[in-house]
Write a protein that binds this ligand. Structure first.
Ligand SMILES: Cc1cc2nc3c(=O)[nH]c(=O)nc-3n(C[C@H](O)[C@H](O)[C@H](O)COP(=O)(O)O)c2cc1C
Length: 370
């Protein structure tokens, strides 16, 4: 059989990944109203344990960062107990799993939050509306409250506390969501950060300050080798604008490259060739995602990025939703299941744990040397 780079093993710190296929973080709204993951979440991730690494959906570090109703949290003892079920199930199935910590910042709405508060962000710039709120309704977005220095200090601490909670819940590490319009990205982007203080847009050093503080606080709390960062330079999702991403992200990578983080998870897009520009500036492990704002990542697309040396690992989102056994499908050149849109953002098993795996023996997968 031809040598498939995606199926070669990789050492991620102390974790031995049997292949280079990472399950990308994907919000699926399978939490109880208090943010505790439902029991079916353990089954869902355990079904996908043949991934080299699983990164969970975005999880709010504290209710202050809740971006949406029925999204999970990592704040309370109930959350930790719920996630412990998930990590136990994944580990029992032979997998590895990181928690993605996602503080919503301006993303959020009083009708979608347990605390019912107006969300706070770097500046008083609302998301483009309408927005989805509790009960499947749509509403006009609210103007976020401008974070004070105290709010910033609390948010940094919230990430660190949630990271410690993640480790208590049995996660192998945490990925900080600095991509796709959430709080860290809001500090980095041009239109969502119009502050004039030391976290503001007056200089690149100011603009990256919040990201660096969060990464450093989390690395101090749980160890740099269990701390990872996701970035999506130039991604215009949810109305984000970054006119000139390169200098901002080069400075950010320079600031955190020496910390010894577990990995950088970078999403490429059509606005800015992030992988080409930033890969040479990152000395650690790099996970590439090449499907953001494009068609779902194919086996061929991932293989090409690895062959070009632009990343060590490739993350797959949509393909993993519909194909719990994605690595074995790549290995056997099997047909991929298509996503059923209907179950994407509901709360039940349908469209979640009912995608079929192939009836083949997955044993040889990952045992192959590169
Ligand atoms: C249903 C869905 C939910 C997503 N939720 C998140 C999320 O919580 N955090 C995140 O960083 N990216 C999220 N993403 C983006 C994916 O991680 C990934 O970057 C994107 O799907 C492109 O990869 P693909 O082509 O392999 O699907 C989500 C994508 C989808 C389809």
């Amino acid at each position: 059989m031809e040598n498939i780079l995606l199926l070669t093993p990789y050492s991620l710190g102390s974790l031995r990944l049997p292949n280079r296929i990472v399950m990308a973080p994907m919000t699926r709204f399978r939490a109880a109203e208090d943010g505790t993951p439902l029991p079916v979440v353990a089954e869902y991730y355990a079904q996908r344990a043949s991934a080299g690494l699983i990164v969970t959906e975005g999880i709010w570090p504290s209710s202050r960062g809740q971006a949406g109703w029925r999204m999970p949290g990592l704040e309370t003892s109930s959350h930790i107990a719920g996630w412990q079920q998930v990590t136990d199930a994944v580990h029992a199935a032979g997998g590895r799993i990181y928690a993605q910590l996602m503080h919503g910042g301006r993303q959020g709405h009083p009708l979608s939050r347990l605390d019912g508060d107006v969300p706070a962000g770097p500046s008083a710039v609302p998301v483009p509306g309408p927005v989805h709120v509790r009960g499947g309704m749509k509403a006009d977005p609210v103007v976020p409250r401008v974070m004070t220095r105290d709010d910033i200090r609390v948010a940094v601490q919230d990430y660190a506390t949630a990271a410690a909670n993640a480790v208590s819940a049995g996660f192998d590490g945490v990925e900080l969501h600095g991509a796709n319009s959430y709080l860290i990205h809001q500090f980095l982007a041009d239109n969502t950060n119009v502050r004039d203080d030391e976290y503001g847009c007056g200089s690149i050093a100011n603009r990256i300050r919040f990201a660096v503080e969060v990464v450093t606080a989390v690395a101090d709390a749980v160890g740099a080798d269990r701390t990872a960062l996701r970035l999506s330079p130039g991604n215009h999702q949810f109305g984000m604008t970054e006119v000139e991403p390169s200098p901002v992200y080069c400075a950010l990578l320079k600031a955190v490259n020496g910390l010894g983080l577990a990995y950088l998870h970078l999403t490429d897009n059509d606005q800015y060739p992030a992988l080409r520009d930033l890969r040479p500036r990152w000395t650690g492990t790099l996970i590439a995602n090449v499907g953001e704002n494009r068609a779902a990542t194919s086996q061929q697309a991932g293989e090409s990025v690895l062959a070009a040396g632009q990343a060590d690992l490739i993350s797959y989102g949509r393909a993993f939703i519909a194909n719990p056994d994605l690595p074995v499908r790549f290995a056997t050149d099997a047909k991929l299941n298509a996503i059923v849109e209907k179950g994407l953002y509901t709360h039940g098993r349908e469209g979640y744990t009912d995608y079929r795996a192939l009836e083949v023996d997955p044993e040889p997968i990952g045992a192959r040397e590169g």
